[in-house]
Design a protein around this ligand. Structure first.
Ligand code: PGA
Ligand code: ZN
Length: 419
């Protein structure tokens, strides 16, 4: 049973406060989890509670969320069995009493939810991926590695947020990391040679002053080929334009390019890029409230392109069900802090899998050294993970955790391209 719950304020990768929680069981087993934080957040995400006190951390303190962990939440969950994850999570949801977890804070609730699962795993002397996923949890995810950052994650003029490489043809996860790292360093050299900045953005990818997506794609595909990998069979390209960030309600306003595209023109542009480059996946190709656009694009390209809903679904099983019924997207990005508990996260993954939607486990642009999502990718067998570039410890911590999991699984480990 849960004996002690303790929350504290720590810093995330952007230097902003975030919540960390320790859960200790009666038998002495412990679990610790730290909560991530987004920059290009969806409008329907669970609420991240911040203090709003301008005199401390510029208003970004999380002492109220920490107080909720140490007060009300600790009072409600102490005594519950840590194995009863569904009850622990339901207890916190009921205690909060709002639809968006805004009273206690999704950051408070998620910290306790994940730390509880880790404490239970420790009590069973099992790694988290096996405790959550069982003996069948042997599939390593294909990483989508974000090597060029734009949008809200960098201060360059690039309208699209993420340009990623996916080493789909690698034989193992460790080899996928090697390929990504080689491509990353080749890209650095090519950027420097062309007189571009090699400084990195929030997710550890380069953030040069590229004029448009086409220039970014030329550099990325050039780096893949120069590294000795075949485009399409060894490595595919994935995009996250994060289109909600530049949709004005009727059109897509590309501020960096200085061009405005109608919904139809935006779709045509994306498909044109996907025709010229080996793009296998586009996340948030359409804005979260552009349902007409989502439907149109899915009908036109859903059979050959992975179309991943991030802002449009916010890891919410009910929002995903609307998408499945409405015919938009064919995959979902899963971010634990968009929904706020492990139980709800697993339910969303199950809903997606039952409908034949693919699942991509994901970090946030603000991260910590916490590696829970690496275990959850293996636990769910979802087959894909998005956790940033090949630099910065907040990103590489997840890759390193997956390397260790692959080693631990030994001959039972499987690495296969998403089918
Ligand atoms: P965020 O961005 O974590 O800043 O919201 C990540 C994404 O859009 O996928
Ligand atoms: Zn996204």
């Amino acid at each position: 049973a849960i004996n002690r719950v303790f929350g504290r304020q720590i810093l995330d990768s952007r230097g902003n406060p975030t919540v960390e929680v320790d859960v200790e069981l009666v038998d002495g087993s412990r679990g610790r989890a730290a909560v991530p934080s987004g920059a290009s957040t969806g409008a329907n995400e669970a609420v991240e509670l911040r203090d709003g006190d301008p005199g401390r951390f510029h208003g970004k303190g999380v002492t109220r969320a920490v107080a909720a962990v140490n007060g009300e939440i600790a009072g409600a969950v102490c005594g519950l069995e840590a194995e009863d994850q569904a009850l622990v999570d339901a207890t916190m949801i009921e205690l909060d009493g709002t639809k968006d977890k805004g009273r206690l804070g999704a950051n408070a609730i998620l910290g306790v939810s994940l730390a509880t699962a880790k404490a239970a795993a420790a009590a069973h002397r099992q790694p988290l991926y096996r405790y959550v996923g069982g003996v069948g949890a042997t599939r390593l995810p294909v990483p989508m590695m974000n090597i060029v950052n734009g949008g809200a994650h960098a201060d360059n003029p690039l309208d699209f947020q993420e340009f990623m490489v996916a080493p789909v043809g690698a034989p193992t996860f460790a080899e996928a990391v090697r390929m990504g790292s080689e491509i990353f360093h080749t890209l650095r050299r090519r950027l420097a040679a062309a007189g571009h900045s090699t400084n990195v953005g929030d997710e550890g990818g380069f953030a040069p002053d590229f004029a448009d997506a086409d220039e970014a794609l030329r550099f990325v595909t050039g780096a893949v080929e120069e590294s000795g990998y075949r485009l399409g069979s060894d490595v595919t390209i994935c995009l996250d334009p994060a289109s909600s960030e530049f949709f004005d309600g009727s059109a897509y306003v590309y501020r960096g390019e200085g061009v405005t595209r109608s919904v139809d023109e935006h779709i045509a542009y994306l498909l044109e890029l996907a025709g010229r480059y080996p793009i296998s996946s586009i996340e948030d190709p359409m804005a979260e409230d552009d349902f007409v656009g989502w439907k149109a694009l899915t009908a036109r390209a859903g059979d050959r392109l992975q179309l991943v809903g991030d802002d449009v679904f916010c890891t919410d099983a009910d929002r995903l069900t609307s998408g499945i019924e409405g015919g938009y997207a064919n995959a979902i990005l899963v971010k634990v802090n968009q929904i706020g508990t492990l139980t709800e996260t697993l339910r969303t993954v199950e809903t997606a899998h039952r409908a034949g939607y693919r699942v991509v486990m994901s970090h946030r642009s603000g991260e910590t050294e916490d590696t829970t999502i690496a275990d959850l990718a293996v636990a769910t067998g979802c087959g894909q993970i998005k956790t940033g570039s090949l630099s910065r410890s907040d990103r590489t911590a997840k890759y390193n955790r997956l390397i260790r999991i692959e080693e631990e699984l030994g001959r039972s480990a499987r690495y296969t391209r998403p089918a």
